[in-house]
Design a protein around this ligand. Structure first.
Ligand SMILES: [Mn+2]
Length: 451
């Protein structure tokens, strides 16, 4: 199926690059989760960077816990690791702990894993228990069995004179923070250090985002090919999400937004239940997650395959605005600068298109910000006032919303900041009005010959 996607991609718009799609590989049996081999050097470098930023003391980073299938109303036992723990270990074992200790010069890493539980493994699969295999698979030489007392003892042994660093807000660390404070030792927040590290992506983070972006672009483009008047929004959602999983995505980065007609003007509409009709625009705002990184792409296209003149005029304005903002992406610029570019462009080029006083153009109809950080989370960590620097990844997503006409238009791409400017990671998703119409006409022609 994806070979077909690539061939068509070459014909229209920007191709989804084959080298950006993840290579298919068999999972490592002993590793829980996706079972991708841990890139040991990558995670060791991240731990070293964290230790270099923290003062003497001990940092503890807990893993996530499994959801309670009944209490949390999950439909399956899908476990997603805590972002910070994964960022520093690449390990998907629940209820583990990472301990990073530093005496000011040398640092050490200790991985605490829950003891093997053969009965649990019968229910939820491989677990990665303490032992030599775990050390070999994770690249952390010191792997021990976790229990609460052993962690408490470890902290007492390593803290001497330093601070206990924890990601504040993570409730799993609360008992240990309380115990340490009871002893009169200082505690500190690991969050600002972790967030600033995660804000600037390393090569592995960028590779994961490229894969998520390529998959998401392919899914959105497949949606354009498939949509027809009379389809329900959830059927279009299904095509997009099918393509994500088919291309190797681990899960969704966030619930898919598929809003047609009046729903296109509702920013976070995700009920996706309306029957689409000819004349509607549909906003598809989706993200595949790959290796704990998510893309975030929006395309807006006509359900019939043809924009009306009015829809096209508004669409072209949003697209031109997006281009102006992407041109403004460079080291040193801020998200506030990018918002300013979008609002100025919509004001100066909107004319009377939006029926507002001419000095406003269409600017007041963009009711959200134009950018947010992107990474392990769709709205990723990091101070939004930080000036752009190479390695940061952000979305560029201008939009216009005219509820009275049932027209909402948003165009969103994911952009990597480079030394010179911007690298658009999601260029594989067809975008100009002409390219969208051409793609949809070809797909409709092929469907007709099948019927
Ligand atoms: Mn977004």
């Amino acid at each position: 199926m994806w070979r077909w996607l690539l061939v068509l991609g070459l014909a229209v718009g920007n191709p989804v690059l084959a080298q950006d799609l993840p290579r298919r590989a068999d999972p490592v049996e002993a590793l829980p989760g996706a079972g991708r081999p841990v890139a040991k050097a990558v995670f060791a470098a991240r731990r070293a960077a964290l230790l270099a930023h923290a003062g003497p003391g001990v940092a503890i980073v807990p893993a996530g816990s499994r959801a309670d299938i009944e209490a949390d109303v999950r439909q399956d036992n899908d476990f997603r690791q805590d972002d910070d723990f994964f960022y520093l270990t690449g390990v998907e074992t629940p209820d583990a702990w990472l301990v990073l200790a530093s005496d000011g010069s040398a640092g050490e890493a200790i991985l605490l894993l829950p003891a093997a539980n053969p009965m649990m493994q019968r229910w939820t699969g491989s677990q990665l228990a303490p032992g030599p295999d775990a050390a070999a698979l994770t690249g952390i030489a010191d792997v021990r069995a976790f229990d609460r007392d052993s962690l408490t003892d470890l902290l007492a042994a390593r803290l001497a004179g330093g601070s206990l660093y924890t990601p504040v807000g993570n409730r799993r660390t609360a008992p240990f923070v309380a115990a340490v404070e009871e002893q009169g030792w200082p505690t500190a927040d690991l969050r600002p250090i972790l967030d600033s590290l995660r804000l600037v992506k390393d090569d592995a983070g960028i590779a994961a985002l490229r894969a998520a972006a390529a998959i998401t672009a392919a899914g959105v483009t497949e949606g354009m090919r498939t949509v027809r008047p009379g389809m329900f929004e959830y059927q279009l959602e299904a095509v997009v999400e099918y393509t994500f999983r088919d291309l190797g995505a681990d899960r969704l980065g966030f619930p898919s937004i598929v809003g047609s007609g009046p729903n296109s003007t509702v920013l976070h509409y995700d009920a996706n239940r309306r029957r689409m009709t000819s004349g509607d625009l549909v906003v598809v705002d989706v993200g595949a997650e790959y290796a704990y990184h998510t893309a975030d792409v929006t395309r807006t296209f006509p359900v019939s395959g043809r924009f009306t003149d009015r829809q096209r005029a508004l669409y072209d304005l949003v697209l031109a605005t997006q281009r102006a903002v992407i041109d403004g992406v460079r080291p040193g610029a801020t998200l506030a600068d990018l918002n300013g570019i979008a609002r100025r462009y919509l004001a100066e080029h909107g004319g009377d298109l939006c029926g507002l006083p001419s000095e406003q153009g269409c600017a007041p109809l963009m009711i959200h910000g134009v950018s947010h950080w992107l990474g392990m989370r769709v709205h990723d960590v990091g101070d939004f006032r930080t000036p752009l620097a190479p390695g940061m990844v952000l979305t560029i997503e201008p939009g216009l919303y005219l509820p009275d006409e049932g027209i909402g238009i948003r165009i969103e791409d994911d952009v990597l900041v480079t030394d010179e400017g911007a690298d658009v990671l999601t260029a594989g998703a067809v975008k100009t009005a002409d390219d969208i119409e051409t793609l949809m006409a070809r797909a409709a022609g092929r469907a007709d010959t099948r019927e």
